[in-house]
Design a protein around this ligand. Structure first.
Ligand SMILES: Nc1ncnc2c1ncn2[C@@H]1O[C@H](COP(=O)(O)OP(=O)(O)OP(=O)(O)O)[C@@H](O)[C@H]1O
Ligand SMILES: [Mg+2]
Length: 470
């Protein structure tokens, strides 16, 4: 539902405090102005730079910058049978003043009598406790594919500047997740560079944008499944899930997999290759970076990261070594006032409820550190166990690396330079196997994983990249 439609409903229902979270104030204001014009509502906009501007009235003389008088001016805009809206731009900056908070409490409460509305427009949601119950929060969504196409058409006006037919979709998908302003910039840069809008330039700008957000990064490596020996059951499961038709039914949408396994068995490598293999961007979610120092910041950053991921669909969302970040969730109440638990809660809700075409891949070395709700059966499409490679898989991997590095080293000689994980960490490997036995799917063969009695390997199981240097 568009912002103006949602806003219109709330105003008609007389919610007199509205908080719009938006990174695109000009666009949000344009939607709001159009709504007010259609409904014949009075509109005033205040910001610290320009002061109070009432639509249809001459600009205020200099000095209208005082935030307190802006709130007080709203009552003067009220009419006996009409509606008046005051937009306060970036007003989160002023909410640490007791006078301002009190003026807002009074205004929002009395607004119900004379139909005057306060709308705060800010990129974040930081509402002081006194005002929490008085505001309704609306998120200004990032543009959808149809809107992005409209923006592209507005910029590429000459024939041939915008690819048509099947070539157009990759351009629009590349821009998914950008704001209107960023998409305009990316399209224009591509036109300057190539005389045509091309996905490459857009991807380049999008990775920069994601880096700036500090929450997600984009992996666009070209690794494919054929660079990974074995893991056949896992590969075919994910390909089937992602290529299946019938995704239009939300309940049939694939949600994701959890990869549990011994270090070095290819969990991260698999997650990165899945994107290239299915033609989707792989977004790396660093759970540690979601932790903010201010109250409420962590939850807000988690929501924002997941929103960006949703807007970038179809995509793979890859969260590596998830237990490291979430291990504190159970004791979170005592250690960090519940911040980790709430972040974990937001992630769980998203995993169960998201309707976007985003496939989650989480990896984990130590399931005992993960809160039990996380690995619960129906949370993911499947939980896979990646064991140490079997003899057959070892040969497949060995052959891949011999070809790749043009090596001429006998396996026995190379094994002398490698201490296998099976030996350095056999206790934890055994523990993990026991946990996975009967609970997880095998990454190698279709069916449930069954632990076999551990046997000491005869040759090195972990392949060193360049054995001759060890
Ligand atoms: N099946 C495989 N075929 C080819 N190479 C592999 C395979 N499994 C792992 N590797 C290689 O071994 C290295 C380690 O793999 P990766 O980082 O994916 O392991 P991991 O399971 O994520 O380990 P950790 O749990 O320590 O994060 C990478 O260079 C990867 O390419
Ligand atoms: Mg890894």
């Amino acid at each position: 539902m568009s912002l103006s439609k949602r806003l219109g409903e709330y105003v008609r229902a007389c919610f007199t405090g509205l908080w719009i979270q938006s990174h695109e104030h000009d666009d949000a204001l344009a939607e709001l102005a159009e709504l007010c014009r259609q409904e014949d509502w009075r509109l005033a906009v205040w910001d610290i730079d320009r002061g109070l501007q009432v639509t249809g009235a001459p600009a205020e003389p200099a000095g209208g910058q005082d935030p307190l008088s802006a709130i007080r001016a709203l009552n003067a805009l009220a009419t006996s049978d009409g509606t008046a809206i005051l937009v306060l731009t970036n007003f989160h900056r002023f909410l640490n003043s007791a006078e301002i908070v009190q003026a807002l409490v009074r205004q929002i409460t009395t607004g119900k009598q004379n139909r005057t509305f306060v709308v705060v427009l800010a990129p974040v949601v930081q509402i002081p406790t006194e005002l929490e119950r008085l505001f309704v929060v609306l998120e200004h969504d990032l543009p959808d594919q149809a809107q992005l196409e409209q923006i592209a058409r507005g910029i590429a006006t000459e024939t041939g500047e915008l690819p048509e037919g099947t070539q157009l979709q990759p351009v629009i998908e590349a821009a998914a997740g950008l704001t209107r302003y960023e998409a305009e910039g990316a399209f224009s840069l591509s036109l300057v560079r190539h005389g045509q809008i091309q996905p490459d330039t857009i991807w380049e700008l999008k990775s920069q944008t994601l880096k700036k957000s500090g929450l997600l990064s984009l992996h666009r490596g070209g690794e494919r499944f054929d660079a990974l020996g074995g893991l056949e059951a896992l590969k075919s499961f994910c390909l089937r899930a992602l290529r299946r038709d019938g995704h239009e039914r939300p309940q049939a949408k694939p949600r994701g997999v959890l990869l549990l396994g011994v270090p070095g068995t290819g969990k991260s490598a698999f997650a990165k290759a899945l994107g290239a293999e299915t033609g989707r961007p792989t977004l790396l979610l660093d759970v540690g970076s979601l932790m903010g120092s201010l109250v409420g910041q962590t939850e807000q950053q988690t929501r924002q990261a997941l929103r960006i991921a949703d807007a970038m669909s179809p995509a793979i969302l890859f969260c590596d070594e998830i237990e490291k970040a979430l291990s504190g969730a159970a004791s979170s109440g005592q250690t960090d006032s519940g911040v980790t638990a709430r972040m974990f809660g937001s992630l769980l809700t998203w995993l169960s409820d998201h309707t976007s075409d985003v496939f989650f891949v989480g990896t984990c070395n130590d399931i005992s550190k993960l809160p039990p709700e996380f690995s619960r059966a129906e949370r993911f499409d499947a939980v896979f166990f990646l064991d140490l490679p079997s003899a057959q898989q070892r040969w497949a991997i060995w052959k891949l690396y011999i070809d790749h590095f043009a090596l001429d080293v006998p396996l026995v000689e190379a094994a002398q330079n490698v201490v296998p994980v099976a030996r350095t960490a056999h206790e934890s490997v055994d523990r993990l196997r026991k946990w996975a036995s009967g609970r997880c799917l095998s990454a190698e063969q279709p069916g449930i994983f069954r632990a076999e009695p551990a046997a000491e390997p005869k040759v090195g199981r972990k392949v060193s990249r360049n054995p001759s240097q060890n």
